[in-house]
Unconditional design. Structure first.
Length: 187
């Protein structure tokens, strides 16, 4: 029971940290205003690792490598910690290489979680309070993902099914990533 609670708390903590790194990379890629309060929060949470990584990995015009490496390192540490908590031993050396591979899939799962939550929040707010102060931020973040789907879907008047399509696609990809990650490392 205590082990399950500890695993749950570790998963929540590392998922939030990993999503913060991925959100920072996403904000950088879409050129989101750095002085927005949402951006400032993400920058404060991730700056401790991104700043030293940026000295090694400079950013390009649209890719902040430090943010994505931060998410990858968080995923790797998460897998090692989860293995240690669930087995009460450190993983053997022969599992380090599979953990490095599984960390990629874990970071991708976190990215899909971010997409799912932002899509759900935007959809619910568009029904409940479309003029909420956070809506412009959500629209800016989600537009690169929803616009291609909107171009493919037929125009149904006032109904926008693109968030639903995005949710379904993200869930399908996440199920596949979960299966691959579990088969590689077992966590």
């Amino acid at each position: 029971m205590v082990s399950e609670i500890l695993q749950f708390l570790i998963e929540i903590g590392f998922t939030i940290l990993g999503i913060a790194f991925l959100a920072r990379g996403w904000l950088y890629a879409i050129r989101f205003h750095p002085f927005n309060p949402f951006s400032q929060l993400i920058f404060r949470v991730t700056e401790w690792l991104c700043k030293p990584l940026r000295t090694i990995l400079p950013s390009t015009r649209s890719i902040d490598f430090a943010s994505f490496i931060g998410a990858y390192l968080s995923a790797f540490v998460y897998l090692i910690v989860m293995w240690t908590v669930s087995t009460l031993t450190l993983p053997p050396l022969f599992l380090v290489l599979p953990a490095l591979g599984a960390a990629v899939f874990t970071a991708l799962r976190w990215m899909l979680n971010l997409v799912i939550w932002l899509t759900l929040i935007q959809a619910i707010l568009s029904w409940v309070n479309p003029m909420a102060p956070i809506m412009p931020v959500l629209r800016t973040l989600m537009a690169p993902l929803l616009e291609p789907i909107r171009r493919i879907l037929p125009n149904l008047g006032g109904l926008d099914f693109s968030p639903l399509v995005l949710l379904i696609l993200a869930q399908i990809v996440m199920m596949s990533l979960n299966r691959i990650s579990y088969s590689i490392f077992g966590v």
